[in-house]
Design a protein around this ligand. Structure first.
Ligand SMILES: *Cc1c(COP(=O)(O)O)cnc(C)c1O
Length: 407
């Protein structure tokens, strides 16, 4: 063995400069925890339910700390999960910690359950992901929490809140209709009213949109999407600052939330290439979106980087990029739009997004609205643009438009 380089503290990776790291550097270096995982650049899979203590005194001492980095029992994770959680924390300036969950939906549920109780009101943006609504209208309602939906594009923030309002769930942009919300303004109004702000940040990730520095208290990711990036793992995360950390952590632990080291390993592996994938998704999706704008069968394209997308100016101000997911209105009826999607060869038909492969599906936002109706002629189609060559993707879309017209 050659001379060993000193591997310094777990965080920060022994930088020689004090300059803050750029996001793409953090993605590579964050959460290595070499002190625990050994001199490797990605934490290995550390399988264990039982951690052994040398004696009873150490077993007792172990009960006094409840933080990542301390072996306790498998449910509290091992270096594989701690490394991933720490990396996600480092990507959100101002964050204290990150909890991991077996899915994005579990992350949303646990974030809300950690701050709500019977009698409280939850505000939810009307463009929220359907399972978030289902959690509110089913589970939370049964436990005495009332949910009020609001127009994602409202600017009348102060009238949203009342004495019983305790949390607000935002999703920006909405993952079907892509309205971009004025997060700093909503957070400022929420703070005045002592309301916890929770953001589903899955579309941008903290690579394109840091949330806590915009005023968000809890930033949620469905890691299933871009963090994992390869369509083979389900996972969610919530990143928060010190104020809500203990509640968030205890709620997750009380509900027995845990992710396997194998899944955490795959998520860490995906994370390390997030910046190059995001740049590629961004460039290709925008090229396809611009091409769609020129097509006779297309009425509108909802892509935050295009001026016709509601909230485009806010996107320009708050985000550093646009990811690979957007939607457009096909002028045809549902049957024609279905024929269009069926005719696609390179686009898979399936839920989820954020992987390396392109996907398409017709979506019906009108079914999931209660505050403001979604009234548009035609049929909304959502595209996830993967890492295929864009000329091939455009040729596929072009051929499908022709086939659908004939159908
Ligand atoms: C997929 C998704 C989720 C849920 O994540 P899962 O990991 O599938 O449970 C949450 N929010 C948005 C916007 C999503 O697209």
């Amino acid at each position: 063995m050659g001379p060993r380089r000193e591997h310094p503290k777990s965080a920060g990776c022994g930088l020689s400069s004090d300059k803050p790291q750029k996001p793409s550097t953090k993605i590579v270096t964050a959460g290595r925890r070499e002190a625990l995982t050994g001199p490797v650049v990605n934490a290995p899979i550390w399988r264990a339910s039982t951690h052994l203590y040398p004696n009873v005194a150490a077993l007792e001492a172990g009960k006094t700390s409840n933080e990542d980095g301390r072996f306790f029992y498998g449910r509290r994770g091992s270096p594989t999960q701690w490394s991933l959680a720490e990396a996600l924390t480092e990507m959100e300036p101002g964050a204290h910690g990150t909890m991991l969950y077996p899915s994005g939906v579990a992350a949303i549920a646990c974030a809300l359950l950690s701050v709500l109780k019977a009698g409280d009101i939850l505000l939810m943006t009307d463009n929220a992901y359907d399972p978030s609504r289902s959690l509110a209208d089913g589970f939370l309602k049964r436990f005495g929490v009332e949910t009020r939906y609001f127009d994602p594009l409202t600017t009348d923030y102060d009238t949203l809140f009342c004495d019983r309002t305790k949390a607000i769930l935002l999703e920006s942009p909405g993952s079907l209709t892509f309205e971009v919300q004025d997060i700093p303004a909503i957070c400022a109004a929420a703070k005045k009213n002592n309301v916890v702000t929770v953001l589903d940040n899955t579309w941008a990730t903290s690579y394109f949109h840091t949330a806590l520095d915009k005023g968000i208290d809890m930033a949620i990711l469905s890691c299933t999407k871009y963090i994992v990036g390869h369509s083979d793992v389900m996972m969610g995360s919530v990143t928060t600052h010190a104020k809500y950390w203990t509640r968030l952590r205890q709620t997750a632990q009380q509900l027995g939330q845990t992710v396997s080291p194998d899944d955490a390993y795959l998520a860490s592996r995906g994370l390390r290439t997030l910046s190059v994938r995001m740049k590629a998704h961004a460039a290709s999706a925008l090229q396809v979106a611009r091409w769609l704008q020129t097509q006779p069968d297309v009425a509108n394209v909802f892509h935050p980087a295009l001026p016709e997308c509601p909230g485009h100016e806010i996107w320009k101000r708050d985000f550093t990029g646009a990811s690979g997911l957007f939607s457009f209105i096909h002028k045809g009826d549902a049957a024609t739009a279905a024929a269009f999607v069926d005719a696609l060869g390179l686009f898979g038909i399936g839920y989820s997004w954020g992987g390396f492969e392109s996907l398409a599906l017709p979506v019906q936002p009108e079914k999931y609205r209660s505050a403001v109706a979604w009234e548009k002629d035609g049929t909304l189609i959502r595209l996830q643009i993967g890492l295929e060559n864009t000329d091939d993707l455009i040729a596929d879309l072009e051929a499908a438009f022709v086939k659908a017209r004939r159908a």
